[in-house]
Structure formats: C-alpha cells, structure tokens
Design a protein around this ligand. Structure first.
Ligand SMILES: *Cc1c(COP(=O)(O)O)cnc(C)c1O
Length: 364
C-alpha cells in the first residue's frame, strides 16, 4: 500500500512559504505530482490557498484542469507548435521558451478570445529550456510588444545547481535574471525551485516553484532535511522459510547466507519502483525494510515482483505471512533509498509504480 500523507504535504508547503514571507507559493505537480497523485495533491494544496500549479506536459495540464477549475496552470514544456487551441480550450498557460513560440502564442491571441496569460522562460545558464543569450537582444528590442501581445504575466528562470548552496553558478544565474528583469516591462518573476527557496531572499522573487520538498524529499544536498515524509510504502510478508548457512538466495545466487537464516518473501519488486539497485550481494549490503521498527535487510537481487528479506533477528511471532513490511516511510526515507541505489529522491518517487493501492490521509 502506498499512503500519501496530505497533512505532511500541506505542512511542507506552509514551511516553504514561511521561508519566503513576501512571495506566493506555487506547486510543481509534474509527473503525477512526483508519483504521489496530482489530483489529490493539487486539491489538498488548493484548499490551503495554493492557486498556481506547474505541470510538464499539455496532457498533464488537461488532466489537472478537469479536476481543478479555479487555478492558474502553467505547462513547463511550453507551446508545442500547433497546440495553442488546446491550451485555450483547457485554460492552460504555456511557459514560452523561444521567440517562435512567443510569436505563435501572440498570433493565436490576436485571432480570438479565451487565451490565458503565459509565462516567459529565460535561460540564465541551465542550457535546457528558455530564451537563450542569442534570443535576448531581439526580445529586448520589442519587449513591450511581446509582453502585451502574448499576455506575459510571469517571467521565470530555473537554477541548475541550487542543491549546492556553495556553487557559484547560483549567484551568476540570479544576477543574470535580476539584470534582465530590470530591462523588461514590470512583471511578476519566479526563480526558486525547492532548493532555491533555501538560498535566501535574493532568490525568492514573487512566486516559489517547489516540487521535491513538498513531497518530503531532500532538496539541498548535505544538509538536514526538515520536510515531513509524505510517502509511506508498505507491503507484507508472503512467505517465510528457514535455510541453512551457505545457501544462495534469489536470481543468480548473488547472496549466499552466512548463517542459518530466516527468510521472508515480500511481493514488491523493481516493477513497482523498488529499484534493482537496492538489492544486496554477498559482499555488499543493500536496502533495509522495517517490521514494527525492527530492521530487516534485503538479501540478494530485487526481482520484478518480489524481494527477500532477512528476518532472522526478529521476534518469531512478528515474522509471519501477512505481517506489514515498511519499505519507505518513517524508518527509511526517500533519500535513504536514493543514496543506497545511487540515485536521487526524485527518481525514487517518480518510479513508484501503478500496482499499489494509493491511500490518502488528510485530517479535515
Ligand atoms: C521540476 C521543476 C521545478 C521543481 O523543482 P524541485 O527541485 O523539485 O523543487 C521548478 N521549476 C522547473 C522549471 C522545473 O522543471
């Protein structure tokens, strides 16, 4: 079962907003709200006053709009040629990232009513999306015209290295953004993702764009994470057996028992986003699971639908079929799993599969 704690989510949102008292909070809910479920998450945040949401794709925007009538929804991937009508039909705001898309959106707006405002994305050093240095002179030449014709109500940029507060590119990007804002018509601005919020006031501008921190993940590397865990993943013991010392466990016999071992099999695997890199071999530990706060390490490789855990040291009455097994939650965080698998919390969350029963807990 995958439990999403909506109270923890909204508490994280409040905590992030409190770090930037002069700014408005938005929420990045792309990739189905990082695997947690965009509809429920957006509704919970909307109830707490969040009125601006960012998705990645047009399809995500259309799906969210069906559930969320009264909110600004920006589509980060921008305007794919020929899709302006769809944006208008679902009242979605493209994040325009090039002069041609700025022109296309302006043309569309001239042709009829019902086109919402749009955001303008400036690339200040990420070299991914947004108007780059080659397009800025043309933008500045006709900025007032573009802003008016395209209905620009937000200028944004994205930080490449905000997870490392010591990285000098943070300041470089922030200065580039600030100096461009001074040359553009007055407009609301947005720079900070989750990590950017922790960089301080200079980075806050008018609108915050947190993603990972809302979902309880660590955004700043090498610092204590003060966000509350939002995702709790539990499975159960399907089968228990006792094997002798020297017995191989799972595919490839990658792990061989070093003592008489009680093994429990749990029906979760890499097809559920419990990544294969979380497995163990004879020489190398993998992830741990928890049974009533007792640690039960993963033994051997992760299969597509199953894992095997070591329950030798647990009280015998606990380690029996049906017992709950915590895979992710209070004892082991998203980032603990990410560190073991050599990845980031973002990938752990967005990998969570569709086989789980998703349950949402919310106090009111
Ligand atoms: C994904 C994304 C965010 C959110 O980033 P987090 O690191 O998850 O807070 C903000 N802005 C843009 C442009 C993004 O693509």
């Amino acid at each position: 079962m995958l439990r999403v704690d909506l109270d923890a989510l909204t508490a994280n949102y409040a905590q992030l907003c409190a770090l930037a008292p002069g700014s408005e909070g938005a929420a990045v809910v792309k990739a189905d709200a990082y695997g947690t479920g965009a509809h429920r998450v957006s509704n919970a945040l909307h109830k707490k006053g969040c009125r601006t949401f960012f998705v990645a794709t047009l399809a995500e925007g259309i799906s969210l709009r069906a559930r969320l009538k009264e909110a600004r929804i920006y589509v980060l991937d921008g305007l794919f040629p020929g899709t302006s009508r769809l944006f208008a039909e679902h009242r979605l705001s493209p994040v325009l990232g090039s002069l041609p898309s700025l022109e296309e959106w302006s043309r569309a707006r001239r042709s009829g009513d019902g086109f919402p405002a749009a955001a303008l994305h400036i690339d200040t050093g990420m070299n991914r999306l947004g108007l780059g240095p080659d397009e800025i002179p043309s933008l500045l030449e006709k900025a007032a015209h573009y802003f008016n014709a395209a209905g620009i109500d937000l200028v944004m940029s994205h930080l490449a290295c905000a997870d490392d507060p010591d990285d000098r590119s943070n300041q470089t990007q922030s200065h580039a953004f600030g100096s461009l804002l001074q040359q553009l018509p007055p407009c609301r601005a947005s720079l900070a993702n989750s990590a950017g919020i922790f960089l301080g006031k200079d980075y806050h501008h008018d609108l915050l764009r947190p993603g990972i921190a809302l979902y309880g993940g660590r955004s700043v590397s090498a610092s204590r994470n003060s966000m509350r865990p939002v995702v709790h993943l539990t499975s159960h013991i399907a089968q228990v057996r006792t094997v002798k010392k020297g017995v191989p466990v799972g595919y490839g016999g990658a792990y061989v028992t070093n003592r008489k071992t009680r093994l429990a099999t749990v029906p979760v695997g890499y097809a559920d986003g419990y990544l294969r890199a979380l497995g163990s071999t004879t020489g190398k530990a993998g992830a741990s699971t928890f049974i009533a706060d007792h640690e039960a390490p993963v033994l051997g490789r992760i299969s597509m639908d199953l894992i095997t855990i070591d329950v030798t040291d647990l009280p015998p009455d606990l380690a029996k079929p049906g017992t709950d097994v915590e895979l992710l939650g209070s004892n082991i965080s998203v980032d603990d799993l990410a560190d073991i698998a050599g990845t980031i919390g973002y990938e752990i969350l967005t990998s969570l599969g569709n086989r789980y029963d998703r349950h949402y807990t919310e106090s009111d």
